[in-house]
Ligand binder design. Structure first.
Ligand SMILES: [Zn+2]
Length: 59
């Protein structure tokens, strides 16, 4: 996905177990999967996806 994300919340899909969870676009700490504990994203001045895939922007 190349489009810029402008919304405050995004839905992220875990690359390991497929769990989908909603998180802040601007995260201030690591985001871990609630199900398997995989690290989905890191705060690098915004949302930086690691093992997670952004599947939806939430208004
Ligand atoms: Zn997971």
């Amino acid at each position: 996905m190349s489009a810029k994300i402008k919304t405050s919340f995004i839905k992220v899909k875990c690359g390991d177990c497929g769990n989908e969870q909603i998180t802040f676009h601007r995260i201030s700490s690591k985001v871990d999967c609630h199900v398997c504990g995989s690290n989905l994203a890191e705060p690098t001045g915004g949302f930086s996806s690691l093992n997670g895939e952004v599947v939806e922007e939430v208004e």
